[in-house]
Design a protein around this ligand. Structure first.
Ligand code: SF4
Length: 435
């Protein structure tokens, strides 16, 4: 191995909420050349880390992006944000926790709103948990103890490719052979690739999650249902399933956007939480959201640590107020309320609904991201950032809340800083302007 070659062991992968911590990454001449252990998503992302790269700050002049110095881009960003009456700070789920801290400070100093991407994915999970509590556990517990694993509205083989192999199809301390020691059930509206590897696939009618969860809870509590079927499942089958769920040693309900974003939304989560709570009368049961972006769980936690609330926080009155549906980014934009957007490590232009996009096109956007994306094309100011977990270190929270340390493997392009440093400088300049 030459001096220009390095091997990093036990690298944490920053490409989904599993945050797998066992990658072996080879670097040669400042480039990542090999990723052992990573899934297909991980390999593709690590090996193409320098594609579509933003490496020089830009501002828009006469509708064109013009390359400028960091100081000039920063000056324009400060002008936009301090002139705004209702600035919105958004994103945060694909960067590390120290960057979050600076973003909350900016929102507070500006008297603006700060929201993260959970408002368009697992926001209903947070609301359901606030309503009914949470039966939470760790992925290590699942691996070592779970003898029944349920995926509801989630397709891990596609979105979290190593979830099954690391925690469900892996040998566990009290499980032995995972093929015989534990069962996997998938509840979904269609037969996904994850359903294809499960022991049971339970097809449900779209939008009936709430009714099915409610019926399971009623059966669990001993009520007799005077109907034949619900949500496409016969009551007889549901009753048999509930009996099996009572008899396990340790059950886990993993759930995805198929549950949080289908009809019922946070009420679905509320019903799932209450079912899991009731199941704990008979057996040990936990539940866990299948978080997508690698640090969306962290964004909820840092927001709660620093503002008191997990997302949708408004500082207009000088203190934090929380109102999902009002201070959530899509709603702020769709109502035409935000008059400037500071977007950090997210691509709202690629994912938000048309009404929100129409307003985004009418307001100045300051965008921090390592890569070109739909939002960078719309942005008035682009500030390229180092990639967390590849070009800078930091902390992130796994889907079970466990904090993980992201390593720096290579240097970012010259002059490109981590989000936390860009945001710290931005906050200092804003604080000087607004006094
Ligand atoms: S499952 Fe997720 S965290 Fe694990 S290697 Fe694949 S993309 Fe990375």
């Amino acid at each position: 191995m030459t001096e220009s070659e390095k091997v990093f062991q036990n690298v944490v992968c920053p490409f989904c909420g599993c945050l797998c911590d066992d990658l072996r990454i080879e670097v040669k001449d400042g480039k990542i050349v090999k990723n052992d252990e990573g899934c297909a998503i991980s390999k593709a992302k690590f090996l193409s880390h320098d594609e579509d790269r933003l490496s020089t700050p830009t501002i828009k002049r006469n509708g064109e992006h013009v390359e400028v110095s960091f100081d000039e881009a920063m000056k324009r960003a400060v002008e936009i944000l301090t002139a705004a009456r209702r600035p919105l700070v958004y994103g945060l789920s694909s960067t590390e926790n120290d960057a979050h801290r600076e973003a909350y400070k900016i929102a507070e100093t500006l008297g603006g709103v700060v929201d993260n991407t959970s408002s368009v994915c697992h926001g209903p999970t947070v609301l359901g948990v606030q309503e009914s509590g949470e039966a939470a556990g760790s992925l290590a517990e699942v691996k070592n103890r779970a003898d029944l694993v349920i995926y509801w509205g989630s397709n891990p083989q596609f979105a979290h490719p190593r979830h099954l192999s690391r925690y469900v199809r892996a040998e566990g301390e009290y499980i032995g052979d995972p093929k015989t020691g534990r069962k996997i059930w998938v509840f979904d509206i269609r037969k996904t690739i994850s359903a294809g590897v499960a022991d049971e696939f339970i097809r449900i009618e779209p939008g009936t999650d709430l009714e099915i969860l409610g019926a399971m809870r009623a059966i669990l509590r001993g009520h007799v249902l005077d109907i034949e079927e619900i949500g496409g499942i016969s009551v007889k089958s549901l009753t048999e399933m509930v009996e099996k769920m009572k008899e396990v040693k340790y059950g886990i309900l993993f759930f995805g956007l198929g549950l949080t974003q289908s009809k019922g939304r946070h009420r679905n989560i509320d019903a799932a939480v209450r079912l899991v709570q009731d199941l704990n009368t008979f057996a040990k049961w936990n539940m866990m959201p299948m978080r997508g972006h690698f640090n969306v769980a962290g964004a909820n936690k840092t927001s709660t640590w620093q503002t008191g609330y997990p997302f949708a926080v408004d500082y207009a009155r000088g203190y934090p107020r929380y109102q999902p549906g009002e201070y959530t980014a899509v709603d702020m934009l769709a109502r035409g309320e935000a008059d400037a957007l500071l977007n950090i490590a997210a691509d709202p232009a690629a994912h938000f609904p048309r009404r929100a996009l129409r307003h985004m096109a009418a307001i100045p956007i300051i965008n921090l991201d390592p890569k070109r994306n739909m939002t960078s094309l719309m942005a008035e100011v682009n500030l390229p950032a180092a990639m967390a977990g590849i070009e800078c270190d930091g902390a992130a929270q796994r889907m079970d809340g466990l904090p993980m340390y992201l390593k720096k493997l290579i240097d970012p392009p010259e002059g490109v800083l981590p989000d936390r440093d860009i945001l710290k400088t931005l906050h200092e300049k804003i604080a000087k302007e607004v006094g």
